[in-house]
Design a protein around this ligand. Structure first.
Ligand code: PLP
Length: 382
């Protein structure tokens, strides 16, 4: 029996998501203990102390199922954004919400549009359904305003009669590039209301105030808009898996129909509420990130490495040659970063912004590795 043939066409064509290498795995392979992971855009500050306290109090109640409607978390989010609870769809991470959107709106007759160098989850959720991905060319590497950035005109031109969903990440992962609020607004006015626009704002809280779009308020103007956000990044809860979509209530109702009843667990619900209350943790995370981005940019300049300007908690740097051997050599230094060849960027590495010490370590490791003769590093590999 060849089970592959039994799988749906969509699943047969699927390439699985490649996560960042886990610390445990590297340490087992290398027999080292003090490795550093800057590969998955995790917050170096860790979760808020208030969140940790609330979680500890919750453990004794874990024999009970979670609140499937996540009443308290929805109430808290509704207060936070001045929206109605029926506009919210919660997910097991915002990845889950992205999949719910694909499942609710796409069939194998439909297409989805997103930019080249976009977040890797978009093609996966589209392909899993067997729908088509129309990939819009991004701005070129030598573009003056936004190298590698989403080209909104190219995205508009990629919409065809079958297009039901557009995915836009702002800022985008893995490039860190962003869309000006005015351009984004003007783009939304040009998209037919029959086409759902997913604005993925996983890094929203890291954005400089002047670049933050008024996306939640835009929901009143654009009935086809879905804004997604997450507790994984600035709130430092990636391990708990909780994210959400905000949309008009009709779309939220559809998404909630495909959602598994207990997709957000008890700990995640409790932690998310407490995280929204700890504004100081968010502010501190932004400060560490702003300083860290600056530190990395200066370091890359000293190393003679061009980088893509970023407003996320990561930055993608050009190794000026195939980056895979450099990635391997960094692993041997105990530093895990993220190769992005699978995104069509074989010469780049994506590096998560760490704290001051961690950034210093990755810069020093890069310096060491870049000064190793290439054949020597290959020899060490064998
Ligand atoms: C990290 C990230 C997410 C969020 O993932 P979670 O499932 O919420 O952990 C969503 N979109 C982009 C672009 C991301 O980089």
């Amino acid at each position: 029996m060849v089970y592959k043939e039994l799988a749906t066409k969509g699943v047969q064509g699927l390439t699985p998501y490649l996560p960042g290498k886990p610390i445990d795995e590297l340490e087992r392979e290398l027999g080292v203990t003090n490795s550093l992971k800057l590969a998955s855009n995790e917050n170096p500050l860790g979760p808020s102390k208030e969140v940790q306290k609330k979680l500890a109090e919750e453990i004794a109640g874990l024999h009970l199922y979670p609140d499937g409607s996540a009443h308290k978390l929805k109430l808290r989010l509704a207060q936070e954004y001045r929206i109605n609870q029926d506009q919210i769809t919660l997910g097991n991470g915002s990845n889950d919400v992205l999949e719910l959107i694909a499942r609710a709106f796409l069939t194998d007759k439909d297409s989805a549009v997103f930019s080249e160098f976009s977040f890797a989850v978009y093609p996966i959720v589209v392909q899993a359904i067997g729908a088509r991905s129309n990939i819009a060319k991004a701005y070129a590497a030598d573009n003056d305003s936004m190298p590698y950035g989403h080209d909104l005109d190219a995205i508009l031109n990629s919409i065809d009669d079958d297009t039901k969903v557009i995915f836009l990440a702002n800022p985008n992962n893995p490039t860190g590039t962003w869309l000006e609020p005015e351009s984004l607004h003007s783009f939304l006015t040009k998209v037919d209301k029959k086409v759902i626009v997913v604005l993925d704002e996983a890094y929203f809280e890291y954005m400089p105030e002047s670049l933050k779009p008024d996306s939640i308020n835009w929901l009143n103007e654009f009935s086809n808009l879905i804004v997604t956000r997450t507790f994984s990044k600035i709130h430092a809860l990636a391990g708990l898996r909780v994210g959400y979509a905000v949309s008009n209530s009709e779309i939220a109702d559809l998404l909630n129909r495909v959602r598994q009843p207990f997709n957000v667990n008890t700990m995640a619900q409790v932690a998310a509420c407490a995280a929204l209350d700890d504004k100081l943790h968010v502010t501190q995370s932004v400060i560490i990130n702003t300083q860290g981005l600056k530190q990395l940019m200066i370091g890359f300049e000293e190393l003679g490495l061009p980088y893509i300007p970023s407003i996320g908690n990561f930055i993608t740097v050009d190794m000026k040659r195939v980056a895979a051997p450099i990635y391997d050599a960094l692993l041997r230094e105990g530093v895990i970063v993220r190769p992005v060849a699978n995104y069509g960027l074989p010469n780049h590495l994506r590096i998560t912004v760490g704290n001051q010490q961690q950034n210093e370590r990755v810069l020093m490791a890069l310096d060491t590795v870049l000064n190793e003769p290439i054949d020597k590093s290959e020899h060490k590999n064998g």
